[in-house]
Ligand binder design. Sequence first.
Ligand SMILES: Nc1ncnc2c1ncn2[C@@H]1O[C@H](COP(=O)(O)OP(=O)(O)O)[C@@H](O)[C@H]1O
Ligand SMILES: CC(=O)N[C@@H](CCC(=O)OP(=O)(O)O)C(=O)O
Length: 255
Amino acid sequence: MDRLTIIKVGGKVVENPDSLNALLDQFTRISGNKILVHGGGRTATDIAAKLGIETEMVDGRRITGKEMLDVVTMVYGGLVNKKIVAGLQARGCNAIGLTGADLNLISARKRPVAEIDYGFVGDVIDVNSRELRMMINENVVPVVAPLTHDEKGQLLNTNADTIAAELATELSDYFSVYLFYCFEKTGVLLDPEDNSSVIHELDMQLFLQYQNEGVIHAGMIPKLDNGFRAKRNGVKEVLITNPENMADGRGTRLI
Ligand SMILES: Nc1ncnc2c1ncn2[C@@H]1O[C@H](COP(=O)(O)OP(=O)(O)O)[C@@H](O)[C@H]1O
Ligand SMILES: CC(=O)N[C@@H](CCC(=O)OP(=O)(O)O)C(=O)O
């Protein structure tokens, strides 16, 4: 099977022009089939605040009311996605920006209300990769925003780490998929303040242990849950890394 590299880039890298440029430089250098999935949570929070809309996160997921859904649609589907596409085109990389609604790429259902009402947050039901594969085979580079739809006209907000894991899993029927979660630190760290304390290999048992000890917390927990799920479901390699180290395969490898 041919290799496919999927890079997911997080909000802290995206919001800073220098780190975004570094990421786009590295991404352009990756040879062969590739997809970029982006977040942008921090940009959405900033723009929502400017509009007087408060952000509330629960377990790394944004409570997405009607107004917040409009903000994330504009920020992820518009501002962030198109900035990245233009940046890649400037580097000679023939990118196309997509949400999960485009080409019916990712359908989802609104998360049922339990103890918490997440609002317009979508849990992925299906990934339709047919047209995506046609594009990849034509050397077009998809840039995917963290928005899904319910096939009845409702857009939904879905975590970008989840989008990357779902795409990687679906595409592993057709490609040998390498999934890189790229964020602002060098990998999963023993000490979150020390970039030299990278855990080079992480298995499920160690993940649970570090989670219990509080070494791994916050946004890193859902990221690793997604990464391990992708690995269990056929993705060849999952690496947690940063823009500088991703090309060399340095960071935390899930085993
Ligand atoms: N052990 C750890 N190593 C590295 N980061 C960690 C760790 N535990 C918690 N984190 C936190 O997880 C965050 C990454 O998760 P998140 O903000 O969701 O990333 P992204 O921007 O890619 O969506 C880091 O910014 C860091 O604060
Ligand atoms: C449901 C949900 O939480 N969606 C995320 C989607 C963006 C995202 O995941 O961005 P990062 O990768 O930058 O964190 C959010 O709105 O924050």
